[in-house]
Design a protein. Structure first.
Lengths: 211, 138
């Protein structure tokens, strides 16, 4: 038996083993990390659009000084949780989103306390996103304060009369100085073509909500 | 019993050393991070929009390439470069590459795969044989 196993080990010793050549490793890692640094700085300066998808239950507070977008639909969908249950949600789609003076905050309850994630644009800078979709499971309450929201009133005729400006099936939305306190369960958010320029992103248990 | 355990441990060690094992494992974990981060605690198979789909596509491809490195180690250079490129793409298309963690793990895994090489087989000089019985001189 011992002779057989010794023979097996000796036979295995013929297998070609390998090792990592660390110079070669750095040769690929270094340029890749340089590209990563360029991309991170591109995102922070707003030059590189990124896509984001997030899920969970969030309470979101949004404060907007000036915003324009085109709503292209609110349609029902289902999503499935791990227990197999299907939940109905309403998906709101917005395209061509431009927002300035934006502050958005979401509070998540964790075992360590309330964790607040806060996104804020710096003065005069604009946040742009090509496409934004979010799924609302239910709305407990939506408080809207100040300012004005106009729907389908992007353009006006020379005499000042608003004219339909959106494509068929879309709804241009313009908002000014709006405080929106949305107590809703947002199940997921997807954003594509997001251009963040001079955005402050802070998160932590000691971060305050927008209002 | 102990011998059998030693034998299987030796066999496992040989299997591990004869392929870019750690490169595959790190890539697999990186890909799964990109794949699973948007999913959270829900099983939403496909979120609409490029961000939802790209996470599954890029994360899934990177995660699949990890085991491919184990079973086709001869393709390590191509797979390693592909993993690094997919990881870089995931930064733009999927939640900043799994919030940077998945992307960095995949880049390290891809670079490890690219850098792995089998050690050249040493040619052992033949041992000097004792000379056969001396021939009787004519």
């Amino acid at each position: 038996m011992a002779a057989v196993s010794r023979h097996a080990i000796q036979a295995g010793a013929n297998v070609r083993v390998g090792r990592t050549r660390w110079r070669r490793f750095l040769g690929l890692l270094t340029p890749a990390l340089i590209v990563v640094m360029l991309m991170v700085s591109g995102v922070l300066t707003g030059g590189l659009p990124v896509s984001i998808a997030a899920e969970g239950q969030r309470r979101i507070k949004i404060e907007i000084e000036d915003m324009s977008a085109t709503g292209y639909g609110a349609f029902p969908r289902f999503f499935q949780t791990q227990d197999g249950r299907k939940h109905p949600v309403v998906v709101v789609g917005l395209s061509g989103v431009r927002a300035s003076g934006l502050c958005g905050s979401g509070k998540v309850q964790t075992p360590l306390g309330d964790y607040v994630l806060r996104v804020e644009t710096k003065g005069g800078q604009q946040l742009r996103a090509d496409d934004l979709k979010f799924a609302i499971e239910n709305i407990d309450g939506a408080d809207l304060a100040g300012g004005a929201i106009t729907l389908n009133r992007h353009d006006t005729a020379p005499d000042g009369t608003p004219v339909d400006s959106g494509h068929e099936g879309t709804l241009p939305i313009t908002a000014r100085s709006v405080l929106l306190d949305l107590h809703a369960d947002v199940r997921w958010v997807t954003v594509s073509g997001l251009k963040l320029s001079a955005v402050d992103l802070t998160g932590g248990t000691d971060v305050k909500e927008c209002f | 019993m102990r011998l059998r355990w030693e034998l299987s441990w030796a066999r496992w060690g040989r299997w591990r050393r004869s392929r870019p094992f750690w490169a595959g494992l790190v890539s697999l974990v990186g890909g799964l991070t990109i794949l699973l981060l948007p999913a959270g605690q829900f099983t939403v198979l496909a979120l609409p929009g490029i961000a939802g789909l790209a996470g599954f596509l890029l994360g899934g491809l990177i995660a699949a390439m990890g085991p491919l490195l184990w079973f086709f180690p001869e393709q390590r250079v191509v797979l390693g470069i592909a993993i690094v490129l997919l990881a870089l793409a995931s930064f733009v298309y999927s939640n900043l590459g799994g919030f940077l963690i998945g992307m960095l793990l995949s880049i390290i895994g891809g670079s490890l795969a690219f850098a792995w090489a089998p050690t050249p087989q040493r040619s052992i000089p033949p041992r000097s044989q004792p000379s056969p019985t001396p021939r009787p001189r004519p």
